[in-house]
Design a protein around this ligand. Sequence first.
Ligand code: ASP
Ligand code: MG
Length: 416
Amino acid sequence: MALIVQKYGGTSVADPDRMRAVADHVAFTKRHGDQVVVVVSAMGKSTDNLIKLANEVSSVQPGREMDMLLTTGERVSMSLLCMALADRGIDAMSFTGSQVGIITDTAHGKAKILEVRGDRLREALAEDRVCVVAGFQGVSTAKEITTLGRGGSDTTAVAIAAALGADACEIYTDVTGVFSADPRIVPQAHKLSHVNFDEMLEMAGAGSKVLALRSVEFARNHHVPLHVRSSFTWEPGTWVTSEEPSMEDPIISGVVTDSSEAKVTVLGVPDRPGISAALFEPLAAANVNVDMIVQNTSTEGRTDISFTVPLADMKVAEGIVAEVAQQMEAAGVTHDNDIAKVSLVGAGMKTSPGVAASMFRTLAENDVNIQMISTSTIRISVVIASSDLEKAARCLHTAFGLDSGQAYSAPLPERK
Ligand code: ASP
Ligand code: MG
């Protein structure tokens, strides 16, 4: 008997038909003899709709009240699913995040899980019940209801799987797995049967929306194997595990695109110690996720600093940056919202030089101008104009041999 955590995203439970289809699958898993804990997201676009509603009512939106509002979406899903399970003769019980002891910090809207107690889950499982948990939420150390950030139900599922020592955490969504690129942008993209945690982390960090970044971190740190698959086709999807790629695996696993960021440039910043800290500390304190940072070499004691932030954080960032720029007597601040980020991700990069050069050459040949570059051991990202996004993603996908699903192997160094 295995313990399986199944997470169903918003599209998987979007309407009564979908809800019944999910109930059928949960019932099937349970009758197969496994213990099941289900984590559900809010139905369809209901979280978006709740946010819209809040926007129409208020411009202040205190974090505590937003979280009270947004957590209702998942409560709707959990109770309806339990009712559908009851119809199928399955003894199921719904729980809020708070009820199962998902303890978070106090950062409303983007709370981090500190601990999963899970006592009520263990009790209900021992009584042979299916547990259905509301995703995306917890209760803070200050006893307030919190949310984990958009897409946070993935994190709920993985955290519960880790706490209960589950055998696998299945993430059901509207795509059949993790692809070599977003198929809406690159039609030749193919499904990956397996990626490792490091690659998935880089993909999520680079803007892949398939899994929330924090859920992958959690899965890696707690060794929870993930299976990303579709609740529309139920076919095998993509496994995300700690397994390292083998020699035959492609060097590049995927091209990741992201148009959710904007670029900020602070011009004519005095080039002296402490300036970057003065700029990025208040942004960090305001929970603005700064991604890429580029600082030019200085001329005459002044330099430019450019960085990217999520478009969603732009309002907050703008205010902070304007103030800091004034304090440090910078020459000015500019913004560019029409940017996109394209990244190549692949664990094989570690052992294969020349990938960055090939990437830049491919972009040059396709007349794509690079504005910023950042790298990790297994990722290369560039910021380009958003109008170049499709072209860049497609040419890289082709150049690195991903169109046909075959490996890109780096040219052997020339022998002297
Ligand atoms: N319902 C929340 C959202 O839409 C959480 C989730 O779906 O994971 O962001
Ligand atoms: Mg959702």
